[in-house]
Design a protein around this ligand. Structure first.
Ligand SMILES: NC(=O)c1ccc[n+]([C@@H]2O[C@H](COP(=O)([O-])OP(=O)(O)OC[C@H]3O[C@@H](n4cnc5c(N)ncnc54)[C@H](OP(=O)(O)O)[C@@H]3O)[C@@H](O)[C@H]2O)c1
Length: 288
């Protein structure tokens, strides 16, 4: 009953959480569908296959929980709550849920809303992380191809948002999962960077760090959805992302959160720090 299970252990936050916990000397197992990508301590766990969860849950004292699929739907609303039940029944005593900014005010159809309730009602120590947009979206995930093309065509206008570094999310998660005492129990941390910037400034900072010309072009939500679907994105996912980006345009989520300071006693990493680290790591060096 000693290991910490990191769900989504190959993802943006999960692999950082696992790396930090391992560096601190804690026994960690990662879990995801694709075990080969997870490396040595990886367990196969498919959220859509509860019959196969027991081996990954057996012997875990704490869990990092991620809902990777935010399409609305009953199945997705029920799978993390069921995993929470099973984990607690198997002996887990700490749960850290990666949620998102605004979920506390979202309607009951949001998959993360049900997950938040499940950890809050679990009867064991819980911590909820509510981050804003990740800085790593530019360097590792969905906006990286646009950065490499030089044009970020997004319906965000001059809306500002305080991008958060996934390293900070992982550091807070690792503290909540493994620190002695119960300082993080019953806390919901709003995690952001130290300053809200618009996408034009984000593009300019990446340009300055990489020497590549990257610019932001404001487009309508309809233009964004049309371009995304023309590049093969499912229409529903493109519309959902357009809605979230329109929130940025309208100033929702622009306020700075104090979660990093509260949890770690230091200010959050800046977007500039992330850009410098990502450029040095070759994140924007195109493969030959
Ligand atoms: N990106 C942002 O700006 C942002 C901002 C706020 C909140 N968030 C939240 O972050 C969460 C995503 O976390 P992340 O970015 O760390 O992860 P991620 O990079 O999207 O990776 C998803 C992880 O989940 C695993 N996974 C996918 N489907 C699975 C399934 N059916 N069963 C088990 N594992 C599965 C994946 O591995 P396999 O494919 O091998 O299974 C992978 O390890 C979402 O809930 C999102 O709301 C994101």
């Amino acid at each position: 009953m000693n290991e910490i299970l990191v769900l989504g252990g190959t993802g943006t936050t999960g692999r950082r959480v696992a790396r930090r916990l391992t560096a601190l000397g804690h026994p960690v197992r990662t879990a995801s569908r694709n075990v080969s990508r997870a490396g040595g301590g990886g367990h196969r766990l498919d959220l859509d296959d509860p019959a196969g969860w027991a081996p990954a849950l057996d012997g875990t004292r704490a869990l990092y929980l991620v809902e990777p699929d935010l399409r609305p739907g009953t199945d997705r609303r029920e799978r993390l709550p069921l995993l929470v039940d099973r984990a607690v029944a198997a002996g887990a005593r700490r749960l850290v849920l990666l949620s998102a900014y605004g979920v506390d005010e979202a309607d009951d159809g949001h998959p993360l809303k049900a997950a938040e309730r499940a950890v809050q009602d679990s009867g064991v120590d819980w911590t909820i992380l509510r981050p804003g947009w990740f800085a790593q979206n530019f360097s590792e995930t969905f906006w990286r191809p646009a950065v490499l093309s030089g044009l970020l065509a997004l319906p965000t206008g001059d809306g500002r948002t305080p991008f958060v570094d996934a390293e900070d999310i992982a550091e807070v998660a690792a503290a909540a999962l493994a620190e002695d005492g119960d300082r993080h129990a019953g806390r919901a941390y709003r995690l952001t960077g130290p300053r809200a910037i618009d996408f034009g400034e984000a593009a300019a900072l990446i340009s300055a760090a990489t020497g590549r010309t990257v610019r932001h072009q404001d487009v309508t939500a309809e233009e964004f959805v049309a371009a995304a679907t023309a590049h093969g994105a499912p229409a529903e996912a493109a519309r959902r992302l357009a809605g979230l980006l329109t929130d940025v345009r309208e100033g929702r989520g622009a306020e700075i959160g104090d979660g990093v300071e509260q949890a770690l006693g230091r200010p959050p990493r800046s977007f500039e720090d992330h850009v410098a680290a990502a450029a040095a790591a070759g994140c924007w060096t195109p493969a030959d």
